[in-house]
Design a protein. Structure first.
Ligand SMILES: *Cc1c(COP(=O)(O)O)cnc(C)c1O
Length: 456
């Protein structure tokens, strides 16, 4: 059969409240043209993020009822730990309430002034935690990873030459080497198993612990199976195990590839490092057998980890992005290729060259997409990155519109609807003029700033 179906039936539904274009235009005006300020029930298809927004399975909801809320030593913790260790063979598995809490603990151990920490690309919370500790964060992804038109199969790979030069240059001031799979900030692009193992080898040669940010480990393993030589006949589970066997520890947001609405963990092999992490955990998150989560959350994650390595699910998931990218490509709309794991990226700079970057072309697309179809996407461009610390404004390297897909939440007709909205937008795009910012906070302006359309 050629048709790839959603590999699930639907038992419980959430109605989408239909709205008209006129209503949406009014809602967006009231929100001062910031999509973060919308009420989510005024959104028809919400592609703002894939974090914590997925649908849990019937088995996960059943597991929620089994949750044991004992403060210490809950059987729910042990089921969670065993599920993690089945995929990631680390000695110590420590739950946290989210990925960034795991990062904060990691940096309480390894961060600090004068330290230098490399990664393929640090996710923004990782960078934030590193910088808050006084250390500096470095992105050493291969050059192809920054070129939207490169078709390299593993655009998330670490540049091994640059990493080696980095380790030679910074020596003792490098506490750990990190690697993010998939490379979220670089478009959800995968890292090959060969590259993971080579980074581990290099880190160990220099005597550095190697820590994986594993948020989308299962999508990454699926790409390895599809694209890396010699991996085609292996199970996703075995590929995942090989990825983590190379590492000394990991951080995780369970809101991504653990099918959780909340949760995370940090893991280590080293006893004394784990001891330090647990002391910190007790101060900031909770006792080591719950770490800021309810017993029922731990149960949902334990079950989610069994489901996330299912190949039929992964095939449907990755195919959704490829399908949309093929359709947008056929319409002549520039997209980042090849498809990443969790999102589709539209290149607004190439699509709307008549809008100056300082008039926010990607933001302009995101706003009009909402007005046309009620679809919420996310600008990754000058609104997000353009404000310099000295107060000046500079165009970002890229003007992208990200459509991030919640897991198991939308179907093919939703994907077709998104494509149709883009086709309509393509007809209107030449009349779009861009925006100016009328009010902005001192930092992280994209969440709360306000806009006015330039044609007003
Ligand atoms: C989401 C994410 C994080 C942070 O996790 P939260 O659960 O949102 O705190 C860290 N790294 C990567 C790669 C992520 O995608």
């Amino acid at each position: 059969m050629k048709t790839i179906i959603e590999p699930f039936r639907i038992k419980s539904v959430e109605p989408i409240r239909m709205t008209t274009r006129a209503e949406r235009e009014a809602k967006l005006r009231d929100a001062h043209y910031n999509l973060f300020a919308l009420h989510s029930d005024d959104v028809l298809i919400d592609l703002l993020t894939d974090s914590g927004t997925g649908a849990m399975s019937a088995e996960q909801w059943a597991a929620v009822m089994r949750g044991d809320e004992s403060y210490a030593g809950s059987p729910s913790y042990y089921r969670f730990r065993d599920s993690v260790q089945d995929l990631m063979p680390f000695e110590h598995i420590i739950p946290t309430h989210q990925g960034r809490a795991a990062e904060a603990i990691l940096m309480s151990i390894y961060g600090g002034a004068g330290k230098h920490i490399p990664n393929n690309t640090h996710f923004d919370t990782t960078r934030g935690n590193i910088e808050a500790s006084g250390a500096e964060a470095y992105d050493l992804v291969i050059a192809e990873g920054k070129d939207p038109s490169s078709l390299h199969p593993f655009k998330g790979n670490m540049d091994l030459e640059r990493l080696e030069a980095f380790l030679n240059e910074y020596g003792d001031s490098v506490p750990i080497v990190m690697l993010t799979i998939t490379n979220n900030a670089g478009g959800g692009q995968p890292v090959s198993l060969g590259n993971i193992q080579a980074v581990a080898e290099l880190a160990h040669r220099f005597g550095k612990p190697f820590i994986i940010d594993g948020c989308r480990f299962s999508e990454n393993a699926y790409f390895i199976k599809q694209r890396e030589e010699g991996q085609q006949d292996r199970s996703i589970k075995n590929i995942v195990r090989d990825c983590f066997r190379a590492a000394d520890g990991m951080t995780m947001s369970a809101k991504k590839d653990a099918f959780g609405n909340i949760g995370g963990w940090i893991a280590f092999n080293d006893d004394s490092v784990a001891e330090q992490a647990r002391v910190r955990l007790i101060q900031t998150e909770g006792f080591p057998t719950y770490g800021g989560l309810a017993g029922r959350d731990l149960e949902a994650l334990a079950q989610g980890l069994h489901e996330i390595v299912d190949e039929d699910y992964l095939k449907y998931r990755i195919r959704t992005n490829e399908y949309i990218i093929e359709k947008l490509d056929a319409l002549g709309i520039p997209v980042v290729k090849p498809a990443g794991g969790h999102a589709v990226f539209v290149d607004a700079k190439r699509w709307l060259p008549h809008i100056d970057p300082l008039s926010y072309p990607a933001h302009t697309v995101a706003c009009r997409l909402y007005e046309i179809g009620g679809i919420r996407s996310c600008e990754i461009g000058t609104v997000m990155f353009g404000r310099e610390t000295d107060g000046s404004e500079k165009p970002a390297a890229m003007e992208l519109v990200r459509l991030a897909f919640p897991r198991r939440t939308y179907t093919q007709s939703h994907a077709d609807y998104v494509v149709e909205a883009f086709a309509l937008l393509d007809k209107e795009k030449d009349s779009l003029k861009g925006f100016r910012i009328t009010k902005e906070p001192k930092m992280m302006r994209h969440f709360t700033c306000q806009f006015a359309p330039l044609d007003d």
